[in-house]
Design a protein around this ligand. Structure first.
Ligand code: ADP
Ligand code: MG
Length: 238
């Protein structure tokens, strides 16, 4: 699904250049649930933003579903994003003025889905993430865990092939974190490819593979097998 060949991304500010991604190569297959670990500032969010085509690369090659992203136009990237990618953020990023139901329905407007079908899909997904009883509430009236479930519903209502999640449990307590992780695991088992940045090493057990970043590159890449699951995955780099 995704192939990164020797990609780099730097930011220049106040005469100092920060290399956020440094000559990284990575292949992600359809069906994987990849967790990304690493210390603050090692390039996790930059990598996720590149994968989601919210940011560009300075060097290297990025192929997404056989499209050469480096050669694409902004409107082609926007189309790929809309058709194939759902985003989940640490801070939920819901629209405060819209109800739960309206937040989830919004991407379906952009996909020009007819009204009756929109209603059917929103209804189904509200139950799916167990938030139907809050459908007419504004986000501010919900707990953090409920808000994140709405954000996940909004990300998946268009049935994206790829879900990108940047620290989705970063603002949640452990009970709500587990609920969100179980939901992501279920989505993966139903066929969604997931790439998730996480600060919580114990959450990698919900996935199928973990990479660890250090200074803009991959220092560890490990498949999660059933034997490894339920054990603590070592997080320090060699
Ligand atoms: P992480 O998500 O792992 O904490 P980031 O990918 O956000 O790390 O950032 C990697 C490095 O790039 C950091 O040093 C950060 O300060 C820098 N960086 C990220 N985005 C920007 C930006 N828009 N402008 C300048 N520097 C940035
Ligand atoms: Mg980050």
């Amino acid at each position: 699904m995704i192939k990164l060949n020797n990609i780099s991304r730097s930011f220049i500010g106040d005469e100092v250049e920060t290399v956020a991604i440094d000559d990284m190569s990575l292949t992600i297959k359809k069906g994987e649930f990849l967790s990304i670990l690493g210390p603050s500032g090692c390039g996790k969010s930059t990598l996720l933003n590149v994968l989601g085509m919210l940011d560009h690369i300075d060097q290297g090659q990025f192929t997404f579903l056989k499209n050469n992203i480096g050669q694409s136009t902004e409107s082609q990237r926007a189309q790929l994003r809309k058709q194939h990618i759902g985003f989940i953020f640490q801070s939920f990023n819901l629209i405060d003025e819209l109800t739960v139901e309206q937040n989830i329905e919004l991407p379906l407007y952009y996909h020009k889905v007819a009204k009756a079908e929109r209603k059917r899909l929103v209804d189904e997904i509200l139950h799916r993430v167990d938030i139907a009883h809050r459908r007419n509430h504004l986000p501010a009236k919900l707990s953090g865990g409920q808000q994140q479930r709405v954000a996940i519903a909004r990300a998946i209502v268009t049935q994206p092939d790829l879900i990108l999640a940047d620290e989705p449990t970063g603002n949640l307590d452990s009970k709500n974190s587990i609920q969100v992780m179980e939901l992501l695991q279920q989505l993966n088992q139903e066929g969604s490819t997931i790439v998730m940045v996480t600060h919580a090493p114990e959450h990698v057990d919900y996935g199928t593979r973990v990479i660890e970043l250090l200074d803009g590159n991959i220092c560890k890449d490990k498949q999660i097998t059933s034997e490894i699951k339920l054990t603590t995955v070592e997080v320090t780099c060699a």
